[in-house]
Design a protein around this ligand. Structure first.
Ligand SMILES: NC(=O)c1ccc[n+]([C@@H]2O[C@H](COP(=O)([O-])OP(=O)(O)OC[C@H]3O[C@@H](n4cnc5c(N)ncnc54)[C@H](OP(=O)(O)O)[C@@H]3O)[C@@H](O)[C@H]2O)c1
Length: 319
């Protein structure tokens, strides 16, 4: 297939493009920063500069590329720090998930593109009651915390627009595996505490496994949502000390929920104490997907164990 990957230069896009090429696809890969053309070319794709928030440019790029399939992986979360003002930090990403999706779907319709796959998100979105692990059939949180309401609505919008158009929305877990991972840096600096009872469940996914599932989803004929997460959703009280230990960092501090809410905001307090994880059973069954890192335990060791052995515990390698 001829595949148009939006966000080919990003954390997931740069893992995905080589896998698509290896599977015999021809890839046109977009980047937003002008300096990333060489990076995209080196991955094996034909680079195109594109602002997804410019619908005319999107239309022109898609009509020129004449792809069989479009994969939307554009977000603007690099260097994300301020989760207290969650919606403000996610504002540009929310536009990419709403306006950007609309522009791509309109261009896809006009160009007769048959397949559409887009990045969505699983962690922290499901209803905060009932069991700790949710399937795609379980309800999303009907009352997202107020600071993250717009971001929740943007993800819901993307899910519905994409599946309504016959595409696949991939609800990824929390990405890890990039050498400059913010979470790893925070754990090493001991600024990622266990909040309250640490009962909030996270579903992780290694970037390579996320890319592999995405390549399979491209060849999948059923529209719908799929959780792309690993086999071991884990509460913060379990995964945080394990990751700190692996990195050679001191054990995480403990803070009460009210303090986390005051300093890091209600979204972080919710994620740390109430969030539910996601099940990957449907994605495995429908895509025939097998994970290289079925648990974050193996994945974090494979990605970051050498960091733990480094003598300088403040240095984080660049991507
Ligand atoms: N995805 C999530 O939901 C999420 C949530 C929290 C944290 N994170 C973490 O944040 C880090 C990076 O996040 P990321 O995936 O957003 O950044 P990224 O790795 O930089 O990928 C974003 C992609 O979207 C492109 N892009 C950005 N603005 C665009 C626009 N206006 N039009 C078209 N394309 C545009 C970027 O192009 P250029 O690179 O060329 O500018 C890049 O290819 C990762 O480590 C990830 O784990 C991600």
């Amino acid at each position: 297939m001829r595949v148009f990957v939006v966000g080919a230069s990003g954390a997931i896009g740069s893992r995905l493009v080589p896998q698509l090429v290896e599977r015999g696809h021809e890839v046109v890969g977009t980047h937003h920063s002008p300096g990333n053309a060489d990076r995209v070319r080196a991955l094996g794709a034909t680079p195109v500069t594109l602002d997804l928030l410019d619908p005319r440019a999107v239309r022109q790029a898609v009509l020129e590329a004449q792809p069989d399939a479009i994969i939307h992986q554009a977000t603007a979360l690099a260097g994300l720090k301020d989760l207290k003002h969650f919606d403000r930090s996610f504002a540009q990403t929310n536009r990419l998930r709403t306006e950007g999706t609309d522009a791509l779907l309109a261009a896809a319709r006009e160009a007769g593109v048959r397949r559409f796959v887009a990045q969505s998100f699983a962690s922290y979105r499901y209803e905060r009651s009932g069991g700790p692990v949710k399937t795609e059939d379980d309800p999303l949180d009907p009352n997202p915390v107020s600071s993250a309401r717009e971001s929740s609505a943007a993800m819901r919008y993307l899910d519905e627009a994409v599946t309504g158009a016959g595409g696949v929305a991939l609800r990824y877990g929390g990405f890890y595996g990039a050498p400059d991972d913010e979470l790893v840096a925070a754990v090493r600096r001991r600024v990622f505490p266990i909040v309250g009872d640490g009962g909030g469940v996270t579903s992780f996914i290694h970037l390579d496994d996320a890319a592999a599932a995405t390549a399979l989803a491209l060849e999948h004929n059923e529209p719908g949502v799929l959780n792309i997460v690993d086999d071991e959703p884990a509460a913060a009280r379990d995964w945080l000390p394990a990751v700190a230990d692996l990195l050679g960092a001191k054990p995480p501090r403990h803070v009460p929920r009210w303090l986390a809410r005051m300093f890091a905001g209600e979204a972080v307090a919710m994620m740390a104490t109430e969030a539910r994880g996601a099940s990957n059973a449907k994605a495995k069954r429908e895509l025939g997907w097998t994970l290289r890192y079925p648990s974050w335990r193996q994945g974090f060791v494979a990605s970051y164990a050498t960091i733990g052995q480094s003598t300088d515990r403040t240095e984080v390698p660049s991507r």
